[in-house]
Ligand binder design. Sequence first.
Ligand SMILES: C[S@@+](CC[C@H](N)C(=O)[O-])C[C@H]1O[C@@H](n2cnc3c(N)ncnc32)[C@H](O)[C@@H]1O
Length: 312
Amino acid sequence: MVFDDLQKQYPLLTTTAAYLEGRCYFFKGVLKQIREINPALDFGEELCNKALELCNRDWNVYLKRVDALIEFSLEFLRLQIELEKTGRYKYATFKEVEEKVYNDSSRVLVGPWYTWALFYSQFFWVTHQRVFKFFIDEFVSSSPASGSVLEVPSGTGLYLTYFLKNKPSWQGVGVDISESAKVFTEDVLRVYDIGSDRCLFVLEDLHTYEPRQKFDRIMCGEFLEHVEDPFAVLSRLHGFLKNDGKFFVTVAVWAAMIDHIYLYRSAEEVRKDLQRAGFEIEKELVQAVFKGKSPESEKTPVNYCAILRKRN
Ligand SMILES: C[S@@+](CC[C@H](N)C(=O)[O-])C[C@H]1O[C@@H](n2cnc3c(N)ncnc32)[C@H](O)[C@@H]1O
């Protein structure tokens, strides 16, 4: 097993990795790639420990939630094959996704299961792990001692939680349209001991959300591909940011998930929208999802991530 030599120092991480590898051969390759990137092992062990706590230390429940990551990863591969054939995502409007995905209780990956998959992917997907490290090292660490931070959509709440954990004098707001994301975010904040006095959750559609204040920092992870008009969303978020604020964004490019609506065909298309919305790119991390592919190619799955400021 790829992680076996780490058993002593990282017991839960190693056991989880062995489970993934045993259940799904695809993960053997993924874990090998993770070993090559100087992985954030302390973070991985912590993430697994917090997951176990969220499962009330019930091992069977914990493993079922790891299964969500397997299902999520295989669904991505299946849909990606479709995308390569058709040149488009399965659904093009939020209404379709709402009816055919979010409200379809026969689907394996609805509500909390989808969020659980995202939670584990933060360590067990190469791209997501690198993005999280970039987020901590480049975005959180360079932020001043106090301020206000917004995460939209909060999804798992992990970005918001790690921001607030690293910056104890900051106040946070999380916005998400989904009730299960609300519950998940609040649970994650709790297991990381972030007091409810430090963070407000708003259950709302970003398109109608009106904040009472402007923010020093805004995080927007994997959202633009979920909306019909990402430029309109970027323009809104630009308006929520203070003039000297910073914006952290990640975007899936040419990467099929069942609820992806807006198809970016290249990293360059994302850059153009960001710039058109009034942002200036400070730093980027642009990764091809599959090893050996160029992240600047068109029509190849890419995880685009950047730190931006407002253009003067
Ligand atoms: C792929 S997840 C990303 C979550 C999180 N940023 C992350 O990186 O883990 C997409 C999230 O967008 C939320 N969402 C979709 N449409 C939304 C909308 N119009 N307003 C607010 N949240 C929305 C979903 O509920 C889901 O939690």
